[in-house]
Design a protein around this ligand. Structure first.
Ligand code: PNS
Length: 162
């Protein structure tokens, strides 16, 4: 049986912390879907298609391509996407207790909805302070975001913020 997992998120934009989790998870599953999902609770910087494109490029740039599929989902529940692609596991990166508190209710709801399990993965502590919202803020105010994001994202944001 193929082990298929999904790493869902807003990825607005993808950070080095996300990429670290994606790389670790890609080594654990036969097929890994990195899924961009609109989160209505957050005000977006990038259109979904641009987030997909930057993820795709960043994943290619670190030589991770074989079993990783980048996609987006706006057709309903996250577990509906899991059903569609035959995934039984969600992977979420956890930086701190704050993330555990945020992710736990979603993990329980997703398990109740469709028996999809969530695995919490610890990224490299070097990325513990990195978040997309921090990157959006620093980029919006003209700061250097290159320590926090893949080169493709830094180049795109530097071009589009001038
Ligand atoms: O990167 P984010 O913004 O923390 O990701 C949150 C996301 C998009 C994974 C979450 O909001 C989500 O799963 N949305 C899909 C809608 C859904 O299935 N909701 C019910 C179960 S939580």
């Amino acid at each position: 049986m193929r082990r298929i997992a999904v790493v869902p998120g807003s990825f607005d934009p993808v950070t080095l912390g996300h990429l670290d989790v994606i790389e670790r998870a890609a080594g654990l599953f036969d097929e890994l879907h990195v899924l961009v999902v609109h989160n209505p609770a957050k005000s977006a910087l990038l259109p979904i298609a641009q987030r997909v494109s930057l993820l795709d490029q960043s994943i290619r740039d670190i030589g991770l391509q074989g079993n990783v599929i980048v996609s987006s989902w706006s057709m309903g529940l996250l577990v509906d996407y899991c059903r569609e692609v035959g995934a039984s596991v969600l992977v979420k990166g956890i930086r701190s207790q704050v993330d555990v508190a945020y992710e736990t209710p979603m993990a329980i709801v997703n398990r109740n909805l469709a028996a999809v399990e969530t695995i919490f993965m610890l990224p490299d502590p070097a990325h513990a302070h990195v978040s997309s919202s921090l990157v959006r803020q620093v980029a919006g105010l003209g700061g250097d975001i290159s320590p926090y994001v893949p080169p493709a994202v830094a180049a795109y944001l530097q071009r589009s913020m001038v």
